[in-house]
Each structure stands twice: as C-alpha cells, then as structure tokens.
Design a protein around this ligand. Sequence first.
Ligand code: HEM
Length: 227
Amino acid sequence: MIAGRDTTASTLTFATYALAMYPNIMAKLRAEVMEKVGPTRRPTYDDVREMKYLRAFINETLRLFPSVPFNVRDSVNATTFPPTSANDKPVYIPARTSIAYSVFLMHRRTDLWGPDALEFDPDRFLDERLHKYLTPNPFIFLPFNAGPRICLGQQFAYNETSFMLIKLLQSFDAVTLDEASQPSDSRIPSSWSTVPGRQAIERFFPKIHLTMYAHKGLWVKMREVNN
Ligand code: HEM
C-alpha cells in the first residue's frame, strides 16, 4: 500500500501542518479557492488545473516534506559522476553498484534552491526563482522520482491532494496545532530548539520507514466556516 496510500496520506498531513504553521499562506490559498470554486461547489479537473497557487503550495509541501525521502538506484555499467566543485575529482561508480540518494536533502540545498531554501514559500514555484533554479535544472525536484520509473500515480496524486485541500479550505478557515493533545512521546524534544536548520522550528516529529510520516499523527484544531 506504499505507492498510492501512504505517500498521499503523508503529503496531506504535511500540507495540513503547513496550513497550521503559515496562516498567511492558508489565507491566500482560501482566497484562491473562493475565487475559482466558491464556498461549496465540488471542484472539477479544470478548476484544479487553473489553481496555480494551490499547485505551488502542494509542490512546496513535497519539496520540504517529500513522503519518499530516500531512494536507491543500481548502476548497470561503470560510469563517473562529475565533480561537485572545481577542486574535486570525478567520482568513479563501478558496474552493479547500489547508490542511495536523499531527495529530502537535495530539496533543502541552498546551492540548488537559493539562500532561502529552508523557508516554506510556495511562491518560489511561481516567481523569478522558478526560472533561476528549477527550470534550468529540473532534476533538483524529485518527489515523484524521474525517468522510466517515475511515479505512475503523479497526476492522480496531484488531483487527489488538490481535491482534499479544496474541500478542507471550503469548510475550515483556521488550523492550529494542538500540541497539548498529542501523545507525550511524540512531542518535540526541547533540545531541538538549538539545532541548526528547520529542526529548530519544526513542530511535528518526522519519522521514516520507507515513507516519511508524522510520528503518532499530527494533532490539530480547525475552525469551521459558517457558510
Ligand atoms: C504524493 C503522493 C505520491 C508520491 C510522493 C509518490 C512518489 C513515488 C516515487 C518517488 C516513486 C518512485 C519509486 C522508485 O524510485 O522506484 C513512485 C512510484 C510509483 N507510484 Fe507513486 N507517489 C505518490 C502517489 C501515488 C499514487 C496516488 C499512486 C497510484 C494511484 C502511485 C503509484 C505509483 C506506482 C505504481 C509506482 C511504481 C512505478 C514504477 O516502478 O514503474 N503513487 N511514487
């Protein structure tokens, strides 16, 4: 059930987390939902296709919180990887070798995404940063992998995630983390507050088996809209 269920469930969990963490972004998303779909109508494929900010929000969620954070590929033939900086040498890869790589770390690299790589900002998929970083170097963004074994359900996943988020945003106008309710062994240790990077600001406990998930769930409160 990894392919079609855990990945999408985790992505929706991380998207809900982002709504709680970034109320201004949630307000912007709701405005797009109200403009394109309205307060109650069921969204269509055409609606989803036109909702650029929603797609950018989902991409930003998949960038910072990719539900498949690590992957492995095996070399068929011997090859070399180019050096990563001018002073390095190429890396020799023998034939029939497993090479593990981290999409999670790639998605957070400032040399690939710019100095604000650790910030949650959907606009990076819409403004000049898109043309500066992603368009010329599309393999920096691999939540669904790439090449012949790319995720078969990618479009389904975007539609499913979009549909769920639109219905959620039609029904609720505020999401807050409910840390008091969550199981005590899933609370963020206070020692995290001094660690560099996003670990210091994160309010949920990410864990990994094959996919990444919120340990013991994400605990939130939502305010229902009075339509
Ligand atoms: C946000 C949601 C999803 C994410 C992040 C995701 C991610 C991925 C990734 C990274 C792979 C490549 C694994 C590899 O390297 O071999 C993959 C493969 C696959 N995914 Fe998804 N996936 C998602 C949703 C779905 C859904 C909804 C379906 C089906 C309805 C699906 C079906 C598949 C299948 C069948 C493969 C295997 C493709 C192959 O090996 O040829 N995925 N997915």
